[in-house]
Design a protein around this ligand. Structure first.
Ligand SMILES: C[S@@+](CC[C@H](N)C(=O)[O-])C[C@H]1O[C@@H](n2cnc3c(N)ncnc32)[C@H](O)[C@@H]1O
Length: 393
């Protein structure tokens, strides 16, 4: 049976019954086999197997979608789908446009957010995978937005996008042979960039590690983190760009955005005990905005080449984690161990920037038997290997 046939089977009344039973019984791995055996007495075995795997996907999808238990997925489609909060944030730049295309729509992660945000817009959803397209349509149905969406099964190169004011594209970054190397996608970035036209809002999802040299002049590179987890980047065409680069940190319902803050060069100085060490969010680092963050909060850099910042007073910012410096000393494991023993150190968390070393092994060697947890920044100051013993600010 093909996956499309499985999907049909799962949507039958019997399929719904089995899926509901699985959801209501909330099987854990331990009792799953027992439940499957019981269900197989009343339902075809193939249906139960298909339902168990859809249920498993729905459980995983709860991390990305609030209504995951009502949605449909493929393993690949779920793994590649954008989570709801990021998709909604991104979709907001398409608000107010009359027609928006979602090219490479997959199972509809971005599509549903576009339908929600651009609430008046007609949408065009294109994917060459008939199963993904069918699932995107079912998910749109579930949200009651299907009526505004035209679904087209095609290679995006053949889609009619003439005159559309908005285009979002999330090109595939994996193929049947696995993950593509960094910077590669289908269709390739160069093709996606050509979607740009004067006045057209184009958003291209890409890997956060994308080489900035591939971002054309006038486009914005936006790095997006969920909390401290760097998730992805988006390139915005000149009509949508608000800056050359930006860092977005999403924390629950709060969205924090950092843009370039031009000004004097940031001072570089050695940190001392009592000061605040700021470890910038990876979205800030990836967007190349560490110095901009330093200017925004009045901090200095601990070294020209290192991303840690130092401030003389406490700093509260969504763009980094603040630590209070207890001691600042050249990196020497023996001295460090002695100092930590004096400080009654127990658990150790190492944050490494600019210094090579096996963090796990060093953590094992440095952790003590005391009751005080410490964070150690393993880094460079004035180009010398350096240790900063810190506590949460
Ligand atoms: C990264 S996924 C899209 C995920 C989607 N944005 C979401 O949030 O659910 C990429 C999709 O692109 C489709 N695809 C890849 N190359 C394509 C092409 N040339 N034309 C149309 N679809 C394509 C794949 O079938 C896959 O469904």
């Amino acid at each position: 049976m093909t996956l499309l046939e499985h999907l049909k089977l799962l949507r039958s009344s019997e399929g719904q019954e089995v899926l509901t039973a699985l959801r209501d019984l909330a099987p854990t791995a331990a009792i799953e086999i027992a439940i499957a055996t019981r269900l197989r007495k009343s339902f075809p075995s193939e249906l139960v197997t298909a339902a168990m795997s859809m249920h498993d996907l729905r459980v995983r999808a709860r991390a990305k979608f609030a209504r995951a238990d009502e949605m449909w997925f493929t393993r690949d489609g779920l793994e590649q789908a954008t989570s709801e909060s990021i998709a909604a944030h991104r979709a907001s730049r398409f608000a107010g446009l009359s027609k928006v295309a979602d090219l490479c729509c997959g199972i509809g992660g971005d599509l549903l957010a576009l339908a929600g945000q651009a609430s008046q817009a007609q949408l065009l959803a294109v994917d060459r995978d008939p199963l993904h397209l069918a699932i995107a349509a079912l998910n749109a149905d579930m949200l009651g937005v299907r009526g505004r969406i035209t679904f087209v099964e095609a290679d995006v190169r053949d889609a009619d996008i003439h005159g559309l004011p908005g285009i979002f594209i999330d090109p595939a970054r994996r193929s049947d042979r696995g993950r593509m190397s960094l910077g590669q996608s289908e269709p390739p970035l160069e093709w996606c960039l050509e979607l740009d036209q004067p006045g057209r809002v184009v958003g291209i999802k890409c890997a956060p590690g994308l080489d900035h040299l591939r971002v054309p002049d006038g486009w914005e590179f936006e790095a997006i983190a969920l909390g401290t987890d760097l998730k992805e980047a988006v390139l915005w065409s000149p009509a949508a760009a608000r800056a050359s680069a930006s860092a977005t940190v999403i924390e629950g319902d709060a969205i924090h955005r950092l843009q370039p803050c031009p000004g004097d060069p940031v001072t570089v100085r050695a940190p001392v005990a009592g000061e605040t060490l700021l470890d910038p969010n990876p979205a800030v680092t990836r967007a190349g905005l560490v110095e901009d963050l330093a200017r925004t909060i009045g901090a200095g850099k601990i070294d020209d080449q290192i991303g840690f910042l130092v401030a003389s007073s406490p700093v509260v910012t969504p763009f980094g984690r603040s630590l209070r410096i207890v001691d600042s000393l050249p990196w020497n494991e023996k001295h460090l161990r002695t100092r930590l023993r004096d400080l009654d150190a127990g658990a150790i968390d190492i944050r490494r920037r600019g210094l090579a070393g096996d963090v796990d092994a060093i953590t094992r060697r440095l952790r003590g038997k005391g009751g005080q947890p410490f964070t150690i920044a393993m880094t460079r100051v004035a180009n010398q290997p350096w240790a900063l013993i810190c506590r949460p600010a």
